[in-house]
Design a protein around this ligand. Sequence first.
Ligand SMILES: Cc1cc2nc3c(=O)[nH]c(=O)nc-3n(C[C@H](O)[C@H](O)[C@H](O)COP(=O)(O)O)c2cc1C
Ligand code: SF4
Ligand code: SF4
Length: 424
Amino acid sequence: MADLSVEFAGIKSPNPFWLASAPPTDKAYNVERAYEAGWGGVVWKTLGEDPAAVNVSSRYSATYDHNGEVAGFNNIELITDRSLEINLREIEAVKKSWPDRALVVSLMVPCEEEAWKKIVKQVEQTGADGLELNFGCPHGMPERGMGAAVGQVPEYVEMVTRWCKMYSSMPVIVKLTPNITDIRFSAQAAKRGGADAVSLINTINSITGIDLDQMAARPIVDGKSTHGGYCGPAVKPIALNMVSEIARDPETAGLPISGIGGIGNWRDAAEFISLGSGSVQVCTAAMIYGFRIVEEMKSGLSNWMDSKGYEKITDFQGLAIPNTTDWKYLNMNYKVVADIDEDKCIGCGRCYIACEDTSHQAINKTERADGSVAFEVIEDKCVGCNLCQITCPVDQCIKMEQKEADKPYMNWTQDPRNPYKDAS
Ligand SMILES: Cc1cc2nc3c(=O)[nH]c(=O)nc-3n(C[C@H](O)[C@H](O)[C@H](O)COP(=O)(O)O)c2cc1C
Ligand code: SF4
Ligand code: SF4
């Protein structure tokens, strides 16, 4: 059976599944039940200076997919609304009771050296395994000069990271905000500041929808609203890309990454790990489905690793990085065309409409003698865009077949059609 244990930035964990800093990790009661359910680690809900933050009511909103499941989740909550003293006391007690689990403490205090010095020393005394610096909270806290207000300025990221490394001997994980043009600058700044790792993503600025009766965005607080932070399955593609950008950047390559964003099952986790993540963090899925989802995550990952012959997480960690490249290095001679399986086709015509109206008019529609319609790809016209396959409601009905496989690899920098070939 595969060994799921990891050592992330020096922090040992029996499996790579951690709960992200958020309501599931808000207090000892939650964290202990999460450990009982099997989570390898938690990042405690962000602590701040006293007096504790005060939250509004209501706080959450969501977008839904066609099955009524939550596709994206939005919140306007702040950091912990419990006192620092109570949190620190609980952290110390939980760590003592669960020495084999990872316990990282998330922090956010004003951008002043003394404030950071004081709190990291207090956390150090609890025996926690590490710190996560919350430079990502997108609402409320930035108005007070914290969260994304720090994370969006690489110089601040570097400075605060350096303070934390200076005043603490614990591993420091810098949690990055995705509300920035190029994530690599923040990751580079964290590394310059001495970060042991980065974690990403925090939530994305969002308005999930407008209540057209009240003419206000959701969630509504007495007729008014504000932008929140978006997370859940909808943000996974953005998070994966940002993780890959950091993993591929020569300046940050090898910097441990804790992958976060839309992880809800073992496959999501495996994808983040394949792009270099050494641990993964989960928030929305645990909030919607409860702590027990970790059982399926662990067994699913373990079974898949067995089926692939991977004995430990590092056997496949980062394997997808070399295959994630710049557009200019893709093979211009690689060609696929769509192929419709007549036996599986139900004749709905969706592929035909999609290709006819918005792609390359590469599907022929003909009427059979019995009045039914047949669809066939015109190979010469098909550019292999995948649109018909994406549109088709029948699994495996449209396959993309490789053609001209004997042609050699030639990328855009080598392509005679590239007018700037010699300069690229
Ligand atoms: C209600 C709520 C509260 C959150 N509070 C925090 C927080 O205090 N500190 C923090 O670093 N991230 C916080 N997050 C962000 C999560 O830790 C995580 O980065 C984000 O939700 C993406 O993961 P997911 O797609 O699995 O939810 C919060 C998220 C939610 C939904
Ligand atoms: S792959 Fe694109 S171009 Fe080819 S048939 Fe499908 S939609 Fe048309
Ligand atoms: S979308 Fe799929 S099922 Fe519908 S006509 Fe095209 S190939 Fe057939």
